[in-house]
Design a protein around this ligand. Sequence first.
Ligand SMILES: Nc1ncnc2c1ncn2[C@@H]1O[C@H](COP(=O)(O)OP(=O)(O)OP(=O)(O)O)[C@@H](O)[C@H]1O
Ligand SMILES: [Mg+2]
Length: 123
Amino acid sequence: MSDIKWTSEQLSAIKEHGKNILVAAAAGSGKTAVLVERIINKIIENKIDIDKMLVVTFTKAAASEMREKILDAIYKKIEEEPDNMHLQRQINLIAKASICTIDAFCLDIVKNNFFEIRYFSKS
Ligand SMILES: Nc1ncnc2c1ncn2[C@@H]1O[C@H](COP(=O)(O)OP(=O)(O)OP(=O)(O)O)[C@@H](O)[C@H]1O
Ligand SMILES: [Mg+2]
């Protein structure tokens, strides 16, 4: 990922923080690559662990693709910084990271908090 020469618009989507952002761009223009780089940037610059982030997709295929791409990007960064323990820790943490479909995420919330749901209406 790091060998890509990002456009200025891509760079702002990667670096922008402290506000909600929406990225809309043409098919194949680099949305997924930008999102992966944004995540890697948060791991490296803000020292945020991957299991403290929520990455949701619409399909299971997209979720596994995203997990694979993030892992690849972490490995690439480790090649550049082999002594970076924080980066190395992400390899283990990614196994329990919330990189899933929005359906799986919502189901998890219900399963883990079912005791809070006092009333259940069938209608
Ligand atoms: N600035 C750039 N320079 C060169 N290559 C780039 C750049 N941005 C993205 N790419 C490359 O373009 C290809 C397509 O990117 P990506 O899959 O992220 O696009 P996408 O918008 O998510 O596509 P889709 O709409 O199909 O989901 C990837 O190989 C990515 O590495
Ligand atoms: Mg994509």
